[in-house]
Structure formats: C-alpha cells, structure tokens
Design a protein around this ligand. Sequence first.
Ligand SMILES: Nc1nc2c(ncn2[C@@H]2O[C@H](COP(=O)(O)OP(=O)(O)OP(=O)(O)O)[C@@H](O)[C@H]2O)c(=O)[nH]1
Length: 341
Amino acid sequence: MTTFIPRTTFPSQLSLPRSYFLGHHAAGLSKMKTMLSSIDLIVECRDYRVPLTSRNPLFESVLAGRERLVVYTKRDLGSKFRGADRTREDIIERWHKPHPVLFSHDKSTRDTKAILTTIKSYATRSTSLLGSRIMVVGMPNVGKSSLLNALRYSGTKRQKAASTGAQPGVTRKIASGVKIVDRDAEKGAEGVYLVDTPGVFVPFVPDAEAMLKLALVGCVKDTIIAPVTLADYLLFHLNKSRHRWELYSDYSPPTNDIAEMLEGMCRKTGRLGKGGVPDLDAAALWFIQKWRNGGMGTFVLDEVTEDGLQNKRYENIGTSLTQAKARQKSERVAKTKIRTS
Ligand SMILES: Nc1nc2c(ncn2[C@@H]2O[C@H](COP(=O)(O)OP(=O)(O)OP(=O)(O)O)[C@@H](O)[C@H]2O)c(=O)[nH]1
C-alpha cells in the first residue's frame, strides 16, 4: 500500500479576486470615524482561526486614538475544547502585551463573563453622565453581533438585540447603542452601551492565500470564489491538520484530489444532477459549511508564531481604496502580459 503524502503548498491562484471592499464598508468606516469622540473603548473582533489574516489595519489607522480591546471570536471552531490550545493562546497574548486580549465562544458563559468584566473595568473610567459607549468593530461575519447579544444577555438578561447570520453583511448600518450593563444607582455607576457596526473588509488582500483563508472562514460572500477552489483549499488544510483524512474517510480514501473527494461526497450524500452526474459545486458548499459549523475538525489556518504579528505589520496590506484599485490594475496588466507572451 502506498503512503499518502499531503500537499505542503497550495497551487498559486493568479486569477483569484483580492478585494471585497463594498460601499457599505467604506460608508460604515467613515461614520465610525465621526463617532469616535463619543466612544470610550473599541472592541475589535478577529477570527480565532485566522488571528493574523483577519486583522484589518484600517481599524488601527482610521480609528486611532481610542483604547482598544482585541477579542478573538469563534474560539470553539479553532480549538478542540477550552484551554486545549493554551500555548497558541499564550503566544497571541504575548503579541498584544501590555494590552489584554480575550478569546470568545459566543455560547460560553465563562468567555462572555470574562469579556464583560474587562469591559466594565474600562467603563468605570468613563466620566460621561450618559454612561459608557463601546464600539464593536471587525471584518464581516467575524461574530460582532453574536458577541453583542451574548454580552447583553450576560449583563442584563435581556434577549438578543442584533440580527446575526451565516453570510457576511447582515449588519449594514451602525445601530444605536444597546445596553449591556444596567445603571447601578447605589454604586453610582452609569450604564454601558455597545454600538454594533457593519463588518469592514480590507481594501486589498496582498496574497491569494490570505483571500482563500478569509473566504473559507466566511468573511467574503460564497459567490465571490468558486466553491470547488475553496473546498480544495479546505482539503489542503484538513490533510495537514492533526485529523488528517479521518474526517472525510466516509467519502473517499486519503487524497490531494478535490474532485475525487467531492465525487465520493456527492455519491454518499445524494448530490447528483441529471443522469447521476455529481454536483461538485453543491458538495463543495456542503463540505465548507460543515467545516464552518465545526463538523469537519477544529483547527486554525494561520500559523501562530512568536513573531507572527510583528511580521504581519510590515506586510504591504492595502489601506485605501485608491491603493487597492492601483494594485488590482497592475496585477491585471501583469496577467495580460503573461497570457500574451
Ligand atoms: N461556532 C461559533 N459560531 C459563531 C460564534 N460567533 C458567531 N458565530 C456565528 O457566525 C456567524 C456570523 O455571526 P454574526 O454575529 O452575524 O457576525 P457579524 O460580525 O456581526 O457579521 P456582519 O453582519 O457581516 O458584520 C453566525 O452564523 C453566528 O452564529 C462563535 O463564537 N462560535
């Protein structure tokens, strides 16, 4: 029997779109900027599975000058159980020292309480008689509204106030503040309000693999990148992960060939078109969704190393739409040259 050797690199994707900076992202960001003077703290959400790639430098440049608390969301999807990946979390904490960072699973009372306690400690420094206002920002679909709902329930026992959804772009406008801590007249403490904002994508993603990661975790609509390409990228990671191929062993033998795996999946799950032809796109979407829901292993897509964040800071990430357009144009020209040479 031949030994299966997983791929160590993913084929380069020259024609992959690298931008998803929509009108409501730009509008939301400029509105956030105008609101800064009334905000005491920014809670910036990043996805636990892509702690480096889901950092949006726009939040640091456009929303500079406010205290910031970084929360790594969807911890349950990147870590087998709470505390299982303590080393990784220690490294992430060191990236941000001396500032605190927190990790969250929106269904974990313990995680939510820890975030609420930290937020309250910032809120006590506010001198406003109207209470303290906190703005939650982050890439699309990273879990901002879910965090808001969890904090509201934990702090006030009130039911959810923000809509959530599996695709990005559910929140399109900046809402008015939602109360997450009631006013306490006896202690003389004013209420704490959380302002939900629309997810904002980076104007330009420097490398194609970063775009694949962001699409896989759901920051980009599923119509932007071909599902089979995305499923192939997931298979690449699955084969490299500690789970290896056990998680898809119902559908195919260990493989680096996405068509072979998806065909097996189509046959097993009945995703067949006319004449029994496997519907690879449908199977690819199902496979991706299953992973996003935690049913295809929990692992992270970014490599977490001590100098990871430091190295990322110097990467040429586009910070303006003009820059993004210029980069896209030069890439188009380069591609045309390759095609015609
Ligand atoms: N497993 C898991 N899923 C989560 C968690 N937090 C949020 N989600 C799910 O992720 C999806 C996106 O959550 P939202 O709260 O709508 O994300 P958002 O950042 O507000 O999205 P935008 O409207 O695009 O800005 C939803 O399907 C949530 O149920 C988490 O901690 N764990």
